[in-house]
Design a binder for this molecule. Structure first.
Ligand code: UDP
Length: 235
């Protein structure tokens, strides 16, 4: 059911089993467990507590996490991409008329993302949205807006650890059932960033595609060997 990596419980079933389990829960925080996010959680106490809390489900998002699961000899059933989980939740919400709130990205990206989601899923019920450029310590108006709109699910796309910090600070106060930090996913929906072709995803080369399109990301890749080194040392 779970693979233990560096103290984290990584979800070890299929994406459809994950979605079924999420929809059963009263309150759930879905963590896209890629090496960068998991590494950040090793260095930051409040992130670590959040990732290991009873409300959190960490999905194996990223080939680095899949490799780590093999290193601890409990391979995950499949790599689960956060954006695919987000889509599954959007479709379920649309089928059941449940409200969705989108928080994050630049205003233009956010509007384009909303437009494209509505085009793909015409029955979607987006009850509210706000861009991701505001003061995390001074955002009572945004928190109040989310409370008023009472969404079933909220997606927070502000990069790690900003999106996680928003969720940590506000999960107790908010009425949503599903919370998920989704990094650059609004940019993908908006069409600013493309996902890798299927053959690259299936070979675990999505990172290579992203770096070739956005060379500035190369610095961020350094975290993968550092993460795997920590896993190797922990054995
Ligand atoms: N972002 C934001 N507020 C900020 C900083 C970033 O809303 O203060 C957004 C940014 O516009 C982008 C997303 O967060 O849409 C970050 O995506 P990134 O590519 O870093 O995430 P990844 O997918 O790599 O986790």
């Amino acid at each position: 059911m779970y693979t233990k990596i560096l103290g984290y419980k990584i979800f070890n079933k299929s994406k459809s089993e994950l979605l079924n389990e999420i929809f059963e829960k009263d309150k759930v925080n879905i963590v896209s467990g890629n090496p960068e996010i998991l590494f950040n959680g090793l260095e930051d106490k409040s992130l670590n507590e959040n990732f290991n809390s009873e409300y959190s489900v960490i999905i194996p998002d990223g080939v680095g996490t899949v490799i780590a699961s093999r290193m601890v000899k409990n391979p995950v059933k499949e790599k689960i991409a956060g954006i695919e989980v987000m889509k599954g939740i959007l479709y379920k919400g649309a089928n059941e008329g449940k409200g969705i709130y989108l928080l994050g990205a630049k205003e233009e990206t956010l509007q384009e993302c909303i437009k494209n989601i509505k085009k793909d899923i015409p029955t979607i019920n987006i009850v509210g949205a706000h861009n991701g450029y505001f003061d995390l310590d001074n955002c009572d108006d945004i928190v109040q807006d989310i409370k008023d709109k009472k969404p079933w699910a909220i997606f927070v796309a502000m990069g790690c650890p900003r999106q996680e910090n928003f969720i940590i600070n506000n999960m107790d106060k908010l009425p949503c059932k599903i919370y998920m930090g989704v990094g650059g996913s609004f940019d993908v929906f908006a069409g600013n960033v493309k996902r890798a072709p299927k053959w690259m995803i299936s070979l675990g080369l999505e990172w290579l595609y992203r770096v070739s399109n956005e060379p500035s990301r190369i610095k961020r890749l350094g975290v993968i060997p550092r993460f795997l080194w920590r896993v190797a040392k922990s054995k």
